[in-house]
Design a binder for this molecule. Sequence first.
Ligand SMILES: NC(=O)c1ccc[n+]([C@@H]2O[C@H](COP(=O)([O-])OP(=O)(O)OC[C@H]3O[C@@H](n4cnc5c(N)ncnc54)[C@H](OP(=O)(O)O)[C@@H]3O)[C@@H](O)[C@H]2O)c1
Length: 336
Amino acid sequence: MKQYIFPQAAGIETLELRDVPMPKPARGQILVKMRAASLNYRDLNVAAGRAARGTLPPNLVPLSDGAGEVVELGQDVTRVAIGDRVAGLFMQNWLGGDMEPYHVDSSRGGSIGGVLAEYVLFDQDGVVHLPEHLSFEEGATLPCAGLTAWNALYAGKSLRSGETVLILGTGGVSIFALQFAHAAGARVIGTSSSDEKLARVKALGASDGVNYRQHPEWQEQVLALTNGRGVDHVVEVGGAGTLGRSIEAARIGGQVHLIGVLTGGEIDPTPILRRNTVLRGIYVGSRQMFQAMNAAVLLHGIRPVIDRVFDFADARAAYHHLKGQTHVGKVVIHIA
Ligand SMILES: NC(=O)c1ccc[n+]([C@@H]2O[C@H](COP(=O)([O-])OP(=O)(O)OC[C@H]3O[C@@H](n4cnc5c(N)ncnc54)[C@H](OP(=O)(O)O)[C@@H]3O)[C@@H](O)[C@H]2O)c1
């Protein structure tokens, strides 16, 4: 069977396809025939050789997010059956409760091997069943981007109908947040570098869009759109370069969910206390959260927004497309 590896990640061009023997599930494991995988911003860092912690293992199979069909069971597997349609967990052993350091060491496509392969072994506990209405391509977008947005809006002080959510940019996490908030009856305000992308965001249910290139002080536009009050939640994917404005755009006592690191800069902590801001760090999520998200995805008939699907043979092109940042939503690789 074929799998992609980074022998020693040093750029997208160092991604290699290789033939390896078919893996055999050990006791408690399952073999999944992968049908689709999706890319996250983090995968660009991995491709560049940057690890979240420590160093990347050599010969790393990349990508955390994928979906497929269970084709073989190891001994004593009872949680899934042959033919089940499943998606893998980002952190293989964070099943529920609070996150522990050892959960992070089980992150697919970073700490341990990922899913950009024709077949992948999982522990029977390391997958969730796909919502029935989703294709494998759609299901492959859920494990990181979907779950991160869900964790932000629902695993802390939960989003409520009638509240306002600010999303930054139109990437994978932000578009999921838009869809979850819209389904909950919340108002969504979007920001983007591009008016075309803002038109997409509005078509997906956002009430307003602010172009942050045309309005570098975009928090003022957000405040004006909320009659000076500010939003209840910010899905903060920008990091240090946007956090100060996100705090100003949030209402007093509002929640800023700190997710991304797209920009650099320095943060003045004073407004956080003056505005009673609740600043909450988010790191993907647990299986328990994933199952709660899938129930909502099924109930509301939510379909993840896929920007483009690439063939397995064109995996490098998928990375370049994500890097170009022209996408809205998710970039997916179809695995035949
Ligand atoms: N903590 C976690 O668990 C977790 C999980 C997933 C992702 N993340 C992080 O979250 C961030 C987004 O990830 P992703 O996979 O959703 O990325 P993505 O799909 O690559 O989307 C990135 C988008 O962000 C927007 N953007 C870029 N610079 C911006 C800025 N200065 N202000 C506002 N928007 C900006 C752009 O959209 P526009 O052109 O529309 O502006 C861009 O297309 C990354 O830093 C990633 O590492 C963290």
